[in-house]
Design a protein around this ligand. Sequence first.
Ligand code: G
Ligand code: G
Ligand code: MN
Ligand code: NA
Length: 249
Amino acid sequence: SQIEVALRDGLRNGQFHLHFQPKAEALTLRTIGVEALMRWNHPSLGTVSPGEFISAAERCGFINELGELALREAARAARELPNLTVAVNVSPLQLMEADFPERVRRVLAEAGVPPERLELEVTESVMLDDARGAIRRLHALREVGVRVALDDFGTGYSSLAYLRAFPFHTLKIDRSFIHSLGEQSNAHAIVDTIVHMARALGMRTVAEGVEDDIQLAAVRKMRCDEVQGYLISRPMPLDRLKAWLSGRP
Ligand code: G
Ligand code: G
Ligand code: MN
Ligand code: NA
């Protein structure tokens, strides 16, 4: 298909690269990490967002190659971002590969990056096809020493079951809950409950999609550990991130 040809071409010609969005400690707004987000710089279409090409890459069998590229580029970035954790999104299809943990270990070793500097973000959908295999791989990744986060928490069909199946380091509270915090809604009770549960289970929490001071104040009050969102910064290329960081306390 057309998209398949374009993806293959893009991979061959270096059209994919990462942008990075800061994550900050909620109370101090000190930057403690970044999330790597893939971008496709297409010669005629311009910048294509992952919402449009990740599912195509999964369909066409390119997601492992694309995922490996993300890991390598993220590891390279980690070397230039001392003291920051770099998070990479992982497709359920990558986690279905038995050798995925070993690939991650190798990429980090080759880049000379300590495993605890890398966090892998997986969504609840990783458990849909082969839950046992996914959990086995997640444990192997913990043994490699990388951190594992559950992304978009609260949007899946049986979120709580996943918390019993695997001890994630971090819960990322889906931005749909954060967006409703200023409104008259049950979002406040839900976020408050998630943060309490996470703390009791020894997990950190990240509020995703924080866009204004009202949302920031609300998640601080609920003792959410980290915030990520346009209020702090939009995702940006590595150069701009480094300049942005140098202007922060
Ligand atoms: O950056 P943006 O908001 O457009 O990202 C949209 C979606 O694409 C998010 O759900 C994000 O997790 C996903 N995504 C971004 N980069 C990657 C990547 O490198 N691999 C995978 N599997 N998903 C990604
Ligand atoms: O699914 P995942 O959490 O990986 O998706 C991250 C996506 O969320 C990225 O595409 C990023 O551009 C987007 N994002 C990050 N911060 C905000 C925000 O404050 N508001 C909105 N609407 N989207 C955001
Ligand atoms: Mn994510
Ligand atoms: Na998310």
